[in-house]
Design a protein around this ligand. Sequence first.
Ligand SMILES: Cc1cc2nc3c(=O)[nH]c(=O)nc-3n(C[C@H](O)[C@H](O)[C@H](O)COP(=O)(O)OP(=O)(O)OC[C@H]3O[C@@H](n4cnc5c(N)ncnc54)[C@H](O)[C@@H]3O)c2cc1C
Length: 440
Amino acid sequence: MGLTPGNPPRILIVGGGHVGMYTALRLQSRLAAGEASVTVVDPQPQMTYQPFLPEAAAGSIEPRHVVVPLRRLLRRCHIVGGRVIGVEHAHRFATIENYAGNVERLGYDVLVMAPGSIARTLPIPGLAEHGIAFKTIGEAIYLRNHVLSRLEAADNTTDVPLRRKLLSFVVIGGGYAGIEVLGELEDMARYACRYHETIEPKDMRWVLVEATGRIMPEVSPRMGRYTAKRLMGRGIEIFLNTRVTTMENGHVVLDNGTEFDADTIIWTAGVRPNPVLQQTDLPLDDRKRLRCTASLQVVGCPEVFSAGDCAAVPDLTSEDPNATCSPSAQHAVRQAKVLADNVVAHLRGAPLGHYRHRYAGSVASLGLHRGVAEIYGIRLRGMVAWFMHRTYHLSRMPTFNRKVRIVADWTTALLFRREVVALGQINDPKADFIRANAAS
Ligand SMILES: Cc1cc2nc3c(=O)[nH]c(=O)nc-3n(C[C@H](O)[C@H](O)[C@H](O)COP(=O)(O)OP(=O)(O)OC[C@H]3O[C@@H](n4cnc5c(N)ncnc54)[C@H](O)[C@@H]3O)c2cc1C
């Protein structure tokens, strides 16, 4: 492996999300003292459990409780706060831009690439200015305050077109992320209406736009149709086989001729592998993912491992020899376990194992007490599915500490009324101070 005699091998993990954090956690428990050093680089000092983001946005869970602080959990790892901007595997180093803005090089003997994915955007006029993605804890916090403050603003205006715009909410993309954020936010806003004298749920307009002919491709078409029916029963408009052509100045135009103003436009139209992969000398497939073997090694580079949203990992359970695992937490967490074990085996010169997992299905929440689930072909709906969603994700949530805090959040919400205060100020915290300075 080209190691320096006497120095323990250096394992560098790029990204501390589902794959990176779980890999580091397992490595720190499996490696003997001094057997290897483990460094994790991530621009965020925490791992975000993304499947709970919709509940965090709806206020059912305190946002801090869906993230896990890396420094606290990975006590035997070295945490570097920064963004990897390139990898030169030929010379075994990664280039990092750290928190302070300095650029430095980090050498390694074994590399784990786990920077995940980013939102897949399209060149739609106005998207960058008026759209918001839904992948980070910051976006979840922003959206909660933004949606509630739209109700607040609408309650305080008699300008009819403005009020209509403030009360129009659009989600673009009908995968589980889009459906869950739509279901949870609509449910929260519907509840919040009772505190606004001039707003009734029917005054709000919630719209889902999906480019393909169905929603929730993660479940069967029948379950997708059921989900659509439930959402439409709540007054949500669903446009299938429809694309947004522009959203300049918040004016949304669909290719079926529909147009309207909206002040909240949420973009959940899929993900693409992190573009940092293109700043490496590692092999990529046609979708710009790292080409991996079933042992989670990058093809042709036995000391580079990868998994999760950024990796093309063969799906050994499929009959199609070219099939790869879908981007999901379900795969990412399981792959991390195999990946960490294979890194240890690689260091010890032992045989490596293969990753094999049959996709179990999906569970999704559509708001409080409402959900859909399809697990190994068994379909569940309503309260049972919602309960399943909560128990499944709670079991997957890292650390006992976070599990307890989340259960406490749910219990508090059961005992007291739902919390719907709009902390819109969070989205512009300096406004008052700027006014104070201007007035002096
Ligand atoms: C709203 C939402 C709901 C979801 N619900 C489900 C669900 O119900 N079930 C399911 O199976 N999946 C779900 N997913 C998908 C799932 O969360 C992802 O597939 C999973 O997080 C992928 O894990 P990962 O480790 O590849 O990436 P991530 O967990 O995203 O981790 C990537 C990490 O890399 C870091 N990073 C990024 N760029 C760099 C860089 N240049 N240098 C260093 N670090 C970097 C990031 O900060 C991040 O910490 C959901 C996703 C979203 C957004």
